[in-house]
Design a protein around this ligand. Structure first.
Ligand code: SF4
Length: 391
Protein backbone atom coordinates (compact mmCIF):
# COMPACT_ATOMS: atom_id res chain seq x y z
CA UNK A 1 0.00 0.00 0.00
CA UNK A 2 1.38 3.39 -0.98
CA UNK A 3 1.30 6.20 1.61
CA UNK A 4 -0.11 9.37 0.12
CA UNK A 5 0.26 12.81 1.63
CA UNK A 6 -3.51 13.14 1.83
CA UNK A 7 -3.56 10.06 4.07
CA UNK A 8 -1.12 11.50 6.56
CA UNK A 9 -0.89 15.28 6.60
CA UNK A 10 -4.19 16.18 5.07
CA UNK A 11 -6.25 13.30 6.41
CA UNK A 12 -6.78 11.47 9.65
CA UNK A 13 -4.31 9.38 11.59
CA UNK A 14 -6.74 6.52 11.19
CA UNK A 15 -5.95 6.50 7.48
CA UNK A 16 -2.49 5.17 8.26
CA UNK A 17 -3.54 2.99 11.18
CA UNK A 18 -3.09 -0.19 9.18
CA UNK A 19 0.49 0.65 8.29
CA UNK A 20 3.62 -0.13 10.21
CA UNK A 21 4.12 3.59 10.81
CA UNK A 22 0.76 4.49 12.31
CA UNK A 23 2.54 6.50 15.01
CA UNK A 24 5.96 7.91 14.23
CA UNK A 25 8.46 8.16 17.05
CA UNK A 26 11.10 10.52 15.87
CA UNK A 27 14.60 10.31 17.25
CA UNK A 28 16.56 12.79 15.21
CA UNK A 29 17.50 13.81 11.69
CA UNK A 30 20.86 12.56 10.51
CA UNK A 31 24.19 12.82 12.29
CA UNK A 32 24.31 14.75 15.50
CA UNK A 33 26.62 15.15 18.44
CA UNK A 34 23.90 15.38 21.07
CA UNK A 35 20.52 13.81 21.62
CA UNK A 36 17.69 14.93 23.85
CA UNK A 37 17.57 12.29 26.59
CA UNK A 38 16.17 14.55 29.29
CA UNK A 39 13.52 16.38 27.28
CA UNK A 40 9.94 16.09 28.38
CA UNK A 41 7.56 14.53 25.86
CA UNK A 42 4.86 16.94 24.73
CA UNK A 43 1.20 16.20 25.31
CA UNK A 44 -1.59 16.85 22.81
CA UNK A 45 -0.98 19.90 20.55
CA UNK A 46 -1.96 23.15 22.29
CA UNK A 47 -3.24 25.84 19.92
CA UNK A 48 -1.32 29.14 20.00
CA UNK A 49 -2.46 32.23 18.05
CA UNK A 50 -1.17 32.18 14.49
CA UNK A 51 0.20 35.24 12.67
CA UNK A 52 -0.62 36.36 9.12
CA UNK A 53 -4.18 35.31 8.36
CA UNK A 54 -7.36 37.09 7.38
CA UNK A 55 -10.97 36.30 8.35
CA UNK A 56 -13.38 35.37 5.57
CA UNK A 57 -17.15 34.89 5.58
CA UNK A 58 -18.71 31.91 7.34
CA UNK A 59 -15.86 31.45 9.85
CA UNK A 60 -13.45 30.66 7.04
CA UNK A 61 -9.96 32.14 7.10
CA UNK A 62 -7.26 32.84 4.52
CA UNK A 63 -3.70 32.11 5.60
CA UNK A 64 -1.27 34.64 4.14
CA UNK A 65 1.90 33.31 5.67
CA UNK A 66 3.07 31.49 2.57
CA UNK A 67 2.21 31.94 -1.11
CA UNK A 68 -0.10 28.93 -1.02
CA UNK A 69 -2.72 31.20 0.63
CA UNK A 70 -4.86 28.35 1.93
CA UNK A 71 -8.52 29.09 2.42
CA UNK A 72 -9.42 27.09 5.52
CA UNK A 73 -12.91 26.25 6.79
CA UNK A 74 -13.79 26.02 10.47
CA UNK A 75 -12.25 22.94 12.15
CA UNK A 76 -9.96 22.36 9.15
CA UNK A 77 -6.23 22.83 8.60
CA UNK A 78 -4.13 24.32 5.86
CA UNK A 79 -1.96 22.32 3.44
CA UNK A 80 0.94 22.21 5.94
CA UNK A 81 -1.20 20.34 8.48
CA UNK A 82 -0.06 22.33 11.51
CA UNK A 83 -2.26 25.45 11.31
CA UNK A 84 -5.90 25.06 12.25
CA UNK A 85 -9.08 27.10 12.05
CA UNK A 86 -10.99 26.92 15.31
CA UNK A 87 -14.28 28.83 15.28
CA UNK A 88 -13.03 31.39 12.76
CA UNK A 89 -9.66 32.01 14.40
CA UNK A 90 -6.36 30.60 13.23
CA UNK A 91 -3.88 28.73 15.42
CA UNK A 92 -0.54 27.00 15.17
CA UNK A 93 -0.33 23.53 16.71
CA UNK A 94 3.46 23.21 16.82
CA UNK A 95 4.52 26.17 18.97
CA UNK A 96 7.13 24.95 21.47
CA UNK A 97 6.86 21.31 20.43
CA UNK A 98 9.72 20.17 18.19
CA UNK A 99 9.82 16.62 16.89
CA UNK A 100 13.55 16.68 16.18
CA UNK A 101 16.19 18.17 18.48
CA UNK A 102 19.92 17.83 17.87
CA UNK A 103 23.21 19.62 18.15
CA UNK A 104 24.74 19.87 14.67
CA UNK A 105 27.75 21.60 13.15
CA UNK A 106 26.61 24.83 11.45
CA UNK A 107 28.30 23.40 8.34
CA UNK A 108 25.61 20.70 8.22
CA UNK A 109 22.94 23.31 7.42
CA UNK A 110 25.07 24.18 5.39
CA UNK A 111 26.13 27.69 6.35
CA UNK A 112 29.83 28.03 5.49
CA UNK A 113 30.28 31.79 5.91
CA UNK A 114 28.42 32.16 9.20
CA UNK A 115 30.34 31.47 12.41
CA UNK A 116 32.28 28.52 10.91
CA UNK A 117 33.34 25.71 13.19
CA UNK A 118 30.53 26.33 15.70
CA UNK A 119 27.51 24.20 16.58
CA UNK A 120 23.81 24.94 16.19
CA UNK A 121 21.08 23.81 18.57
CA UNK A 122 18.73 22.47 15.93
CA UNK A 123 14.98 22.01 16.09
CA UNK A 124 12.26 20.98 13.66
CA UNK A 125 8.56 20.19 13.99
CA UNK A 126 5.99 18.24 12.00
CA UNK A 127 4.57 19.58 8.72
CA UNK A 128 5.65 21.34 5.53
CA UNK A 129 4.23 23.67 2.88
CA UNK A 130 5.90 21.60 0.12
CA UNK A 131 5.87 17.94 -0.65
CA UNK A 132 9.25 17.19 -2.17
CA UNK A 133 9.34 13.69 -3.57
CA UNK A 134 12.97 13.38 -2.42
CA UNK A 135 12.46 14.75 1.13
CA UNK A 136 15.04 13.38 3.54
CA UNK A 137 12.95 14.24 6.58
CA UNK A 138 9.60 13.11 5.26
CA UNK A 139 8.91 11.19 8.46
CA UNK A 140 8.25 14.50 10.19
CA UNK A 141 7.63 16.93 7.32
CA UNK A 142 4.78 14.92 5.82
CA UNK A 143 2.94 14.21 9.07
CA UNK A 144 0.61 16.05 11.37
CA UNK A 145 1.88 17.00 14.85
CA UNK A 146 -0.32 14.46 16.64
CA UNK A 147 1.22 11.66 14.57
CA UNK A 148 4.86 12.22 15.50
CA UNK A 149 6.53 12.19 18.87
CA UNK A 150 7.23 15.71 20.12
CA UNK A 151 9.07 17.39 22.96
CA UNK A 152 7.91 20.14 25.27
CA UNK A 153 10.44 22.90 24.52
CA UNK A 154 9.23 26.51 24.64
CA UNK A 155 11.41 29.23 23.03
CA UNK A 156 13.14 30.36 26.24
CA UNK A 157 14.13 26.74 26.94
CA UNK A 158 15.46 26.37 23.38
CA UNK A 159 17.76 29.34 23.83
CA UNK A 160 18.76 28.18 27.31
CA UNK A 161 19.56 24.70 25.96
CA UNK A 162 21.64 26.26 23.16
CA UNK A 163 23.65 28.17 25.75
CA UNK A 164 24.00 25.14 28.01
CA UNK A 165 25.26 22.95 25.19
CA UNK A 166 27.77 25.55 23.99
CA UNK A 167 25.99 26.25 20.71
CA UNK A 168 26.60 29.57 18.99
CA UNK A 169 23.19 29.49 17.28
CA UNK A 170 19.70 28.05 17.31
CA UNK A 171 18.85 26.49 13.93
CA UNK A 172 15.25 26.12 12.80
CA UNK A 173 15.63 23.29 10.35
CA UNK A 174 14.75 19.69 9.30
CA UNK A 175 11.16 20.43 8.19
CA UNK A 176 10.08 23.83 6.83
CA UNK A 177 10.42 26.58 9.49
CA UNK A 178 7.96 28.85 7.64
CA UNK A 179 5.11 26.64 8.84
CA UNK A 180 6.25 26.93 12.48
CA UNK A 181 6.73 30.66 12.03
CA UNK A 182 5.55 31.82 15.47
CA UNK A 183 7.95 29.43 17.22
CA UNK A 184 10.86 30.50 14.98
CA UNK A 185 10.11 34.17 15.60
CA UNK A 186 9.91 33.69 19.37
CA UNK A 187 13.19 31.72 19.46
CA UNK A 188 14.86 34.32 17.23
CA UNK A 189 13.61 37.25 19.33
CA UNK A 190 14.69 35.62 22.59
CA UNK A 191 18.02 34.66 21.03
CA UNK A 192 18.53 38.20 19.73
CA UNK A 193 18.02 39.56 23.27
CA UNK A 194 20.70 37.33 24.77
CA UNK A 195 23.12 37.17 21.82
CA UNK A 196 22.34 33.66 20.55
CA UNK A 197 21.32 34.20 16.92
CA UNK A 198 18.73 31.96 15.33
CA UNK A 199 19.24 30.79 11.77
CA UNK A 200 16.61 29.36 9.47
CA UNK A 201 17.02 26.60 6.90
CA UNK A 202 14.14 27.20 4.54
CA UNK A 203 12.61 26.57 1.14
CA UNK A 204 11.98 30.33 0.92
CA UNK A 205 8.29 29.79 0.18
CA UNK A 206 6.99 32.64 2.33
CA UNK A 207 5.27 35.96 1.72
CA UNK A 208 7.23 39.19 1.93
CA UNK A 209 5.82 40.72 5.13
CA UNK A 210 6.43 37.69 7.35
CA UNK A 211 9.88 37.25 5.80
CA UNK A 212 10.87 40.85 6.55
CA UNK A 213 9.59 40.62 10.15
CA UNK A 214 11.58 37.43 10.69
CA UNK A 215 14.71 38.69 8.95
CA UNK A 216 14.86 41.51 11.50
CA UNK A 217 15.41 38.97 14.28
CA UNK A 218 17.42 36.19 12.63
CA UNK A 219 21.17 35.93 12.27
CA UNK A 220 21.26 34.21 8.87
CA UNK A 221 19.21 32.16 6.45
CA UNK A 222 19.90 29.28 4.13
CA UNK A 223 17.54 28.87 1.22
CA UNK A 224 17.04 25.64 -0.69
CA UNK A 225 16.62 26.66 -4.29
CA UNK A 226 15.15 23.41 -5.52
CA UNK A 227 15.72 24.10 -9.21
CA UNK A 228 15.44 26.92 -11.75
CA UNK A 229 12.28 25.59 -13.35
CA UNK A 230 8.60 26.07 -12.51
CA UNK A 231 7.95 22.60 -13.91
CA UNK A 232 10.28 20.97 -11.40
CA UNK A 233 8.76 22.96 -8.52
CA UNK A 234 5.24 21.98 -9.55
CA UNK A 235 5.86 18.32 -10.36
CA UNK A 236 8.48 17.37 -7.80
CA UNK A 237 7.74 19.66 -4.84
CA UNK A 238 4.14 20.85 -5.28
CA UNK A 239 5.56 24.37 -5.06
CA UNK A 240 6.41 27.41 -7.18
CA UNK A 241 9.75 28.88 -8.17
CA UNK A 242 8.93 32.58 -8.55
CA UNK A 243 8.00 33.24 -4.89
CA UNK A 244 11.32 31.67 -3.84
CA UNK A 245 13.26 33.95 -6.20
CA UNK A 246 11.28 36.88 -4.75
CA UNK A 247 12.27 35.82 -1.23
CA UNK A 248 15.92 35.72 -2.24
CA UNK A 249 15.63 39.29 -3.56
CA UNK A 250 13.94 40.34 -0.30
CA UNK A 251 16.80 38.85 1.71
CA UNK A 252 19.29 40.80 -0.38
CA UNK A 253 17.29 44.01 0.23
CA UNK A 254 17.16 43.31 3.97
CA UNK A 255 20.92 42.83 4.06
CA UNK A 256 20.77 39.65 6.14
CA UNK A 257 23.47 37.05 5.51
CA UNK A 258 22.19 34.16 3.39
CA UNK A 259 23.48 31.19 1.44
CA UNK A 260 21.86 29.02 -1.22
CA UNK A 261 21.79 25.25 -1.62
CA UNK A 262 20.77 23.41 -4.77
CA UNK A 263 20.21 19.67 -4.53
CA UNK A 264 21.09 18.31 -7.95
CA UNK A 265 18.58 15.56 -8.65
CA UNK A 266 19.66 13.13 -11.34
CA UNK A 267 18.07 14.01 -14.70
CA UNK A 268 15.44 16.34 -13.17
CA UNK A 269 17.29 19.61 -12.47
CA UNK A 270 20.95 18.90 -13.22
CA UNK A 271 21.24 19.82 -16.90
CA UNK A 272 24.23 22.07 -17.71
CA UNK A 273 21.85 24.68 -19.13
CA UNK A 274 19.68 24.89 -16.02
CA UNK A 275 22.67 24.98 -13.67
CA UNK A 276 24.24 27.74 -15.78
CA UNK A 277 21.06 29.86 -15.81
CA UNK A 278 20.59 29.42 -12.07
CA UNK A 279 24.19 30.38 -11.25
CA UNK A 280 24.02 33.36 -13.60
CA UNK A 281 20.86 34.60 -11.88
CA UNK A 282 22.47 34.27 -8.45
CA UNK A 283 25.63 36.12 -9.53
CA UNK A 284 23.88 38.91 -11.41
CA UNK A 285 20.56 39.42 -9.59
CA UNK A 286 21.81 38.75 -6.06
CA UNK A 287 25.58 38.94 -5.77
CA UNK A 288 28.64 36.96 -6.93
CA UNK A 289 29.47 36.67 -3.22
CA UNK A 290 26.38 34.65 -2.22
CA UNK A 291 27.73 31.19 -1.35
CA UNK A 292 26.22 28.63 -3.71
CA UNK A 293 26.27 25.02 -2.54
CA UNK A 294 25.52 22.10 -4.84
CA UNK A 295 24.41 19.05 -2.92
CA UNK A 296 24.42 15.48 -4.18
CA UNK A 297 21.07 13.71 -4.37
CA UNK A 298 20.49 10.24 -2.93
CA UNK A 299 17.23 8.34 -3.39
CA UNK A 300 14.76 9.08 -0.58
CA UNK A 301 11.04 8.96 0.07
CA UNK A 302 9.11 8.74 -3.22
CA UNK A 303 11.92 9.47 -5.67
CA UNK A 304 14.10 6.49 -6.47
CA UNK A 305 16.56 7.74 -9.09
CA UNK A 306 20.29 6.94 -9.14
CA UNK A 307 22.45 9.22 -7.01
CA UNK A 308 23.87 12.26 -8.79
CA UNK A 309 26.98 11.29 -10.82
CA UNK A 310 30.28 12.69 -9.62
CA UNK A 311 30.89 14.30 -13.06
CA UNK A 312 27.60 16.19 -12.76
CA UNK A 313 28.69 17.63 -9.43
CA UNK A 314 32.06 18.67 -10.85
CA UNK A 315 30.43 20.20 -13.93
CA UNK A 316 28.00 22.21 -11.78
CA UNK A 317 30.92 23.54 -9.73
CA UNK A 318 32.77 24.61 -12.87
CA UNK A 319 29.64 26.12 -14.46
CA UNK A 320 28.86 28.25 -11.38
CA UNK A 321 32.45 29.47 -11.23
CA UNK A 322 32.23 30.23 -14.95
CA UNK A 323 29.11 32.34 -14.36
CA UNK A 324 30.99 34.46 -11.84
CA UNK A 325 29.96 32.94 -8.49
CA UNK A 326 32.85 33.54 -6.10
CA UNK A 327 32.03 30.93 -3.46
CA UNK A 328 30.89 27.59 -4.84
CA UNK A 329 30.77 24.42 -2.78
CA UNK A 330 29.92 20.78 -3.40
CA UNK A 331 28.36 18.76 -0.57
CA UNK A 332 26.94 15.34 0.34
CA UNK A 333 30.01 13.89 -1.37
CA UNK A 334 33.73 13.89 -0.64
CA UNK A 335 35.41 15.77 -3.49
CA UNK A 336 38.83 17.02 -2.41
CA UNK A 337 38.94 20.80 -2.07
CA UNK A 338 35.32 21.39 -3.07
CA UNK A 339 34.25 22.30 0.46
CA UNK A 340 37.08 24.80 0.95
CA UNK A 341 36.60 28.57 0.97
CA UNK A 342 38.95 29.97 -1.64
CA UNK A 343 39.96 33.60 -2.01
CA UNK A 344 38.40 34.88 -5.26
CA UNK A 345 41.39 37.20 -5.65
CA UNK A 346 44.42 34.92 -5.40
CA UNK A 347 42.90 31.44 -5.01
CA UNK A 348 44.46 30.78 -1.59
CA UNK A 349 42.61 28.43 0.77
CA UNK A 350 41.09 30.63 3.48
CA UNK A 351 39.07 27.90 5.23
CA UNK A 352 39.84 24.22 4.76
CA UNK A 353 37.04 21.73 5.35
CA UNK A 354 36.67 18.00 5.15
CA UNK A 355 33.00 17.33 4.65
CA UNK A 356 31.19 19.26 7.38
CA UNK A 357 34.31 19.75 9.49
CA UNK A 358 36.48 22.85 9.53
CA UNK A 359 40.06 21.63 9.73
CA UNK A 360 41.77 25.02 9.33
CA UNK A 361 40.44 28.56 9.40
CA UNK A 362 43.21 30.87 8.21
CA UNK A 363 41.12 34.00 7.75
CA UNK A 364 42.77 37.07 9.25
CA UNK A 365 40.04 39.47 10.41
CA UNK A 366 37.78 38.21 7.65
CA UNK A 367 40.49 38.63 5.03
CA UNK A 368 42.48 36.27 2.82
CA UNK A 369 45.65 35.15 4.65
CA UNK A 370 47.70 35.59 1.47
CA UNK A 371 46.53 38.69 -0.43
CA UNK A 372 44.37 40.42 2.19
CA UNK A 373 41.19 40.51 0.10
CA UNK A 374 38.05 40.72 2.19
CA UNK A 375 36.01 37.47 2.23
CA UNK A 376 32.32 38.27 2.83
CA UNK A 377 30.67 36.48 5.73
CA UNK A 378 29.96 36.62 9.44
CA UNK A 379 33.14 35.40 11.03
CA UNK A 380 32.84 36.67 14.61
CA UNK A 381 30.06 36.33 17.17
CA UNK A 382 30.04 40.14 17.65
CA UNK A 383 28.92 40.43 14.00
CA UNK A 384 26.18 37.80 14.29
CA UNK A 385 23.40 40.30 13.54
CA UNK A 386 25.37 42.50 11.14
CA UNK A 387 23.58 43.57 7.97
CA UNK A 388 24.67 44.62 4.50
CA UNK A 389 27.75 42.42 4.20
CA UNK A 390 26.92 41.33 0.64
CA UNK A 391 27.76 43.97 -1.94
S1 SF4 B 1 1.53 28.31 5.94
FE1 SF4 B 1 0.34 26.40 5.77
S2 SF4 B 1 -1.78 27.03 6.01
FE2 SF4 B 1 -0.61 28.88 5.60
S3 SF4 B 1 -0.78 29.20 3.37
FE3 SF4 B 1 1.09 28.04 3.76
S4 SF4 B 1 0.53 25.88 3.59
FE4 SF4 B 1 -1.36 27.06 3.80
Amino acid sequence: MKISRRMVIGGSAAAVAGLAVSKIVYSGCGASTWAAPSLKRAGAPTPVDAHFWQPLDGKKIKCVLCPRECSVADAERGFCGVRENNDGKYYTLVYGRPSAVNVDPIEKKPLFHYLPGTTAFSIGTAGCNFECKFCQNWNISQFRPEDVESFDLPPDKVVEAAQRTGCATVACTYNEPVIFYEYVLACATKGHEVGVPAVMISNGFIQKNPMVALANELGAIKIDLKSFSEKFYAETCRGKLQPVLDTLKTLKEQGIWFEIVVLLVTTLNDSPDEVKRLANWVATTLSPDVPLHFSRYFPFYKLQLPQTPVETMEKAYAAAKGEGCNFVYVGNIELPGRANTLCPGCGAVAIKRVGMMVVANDLKDGKCPKCGRSIPGVWKKEDAFKRGILA
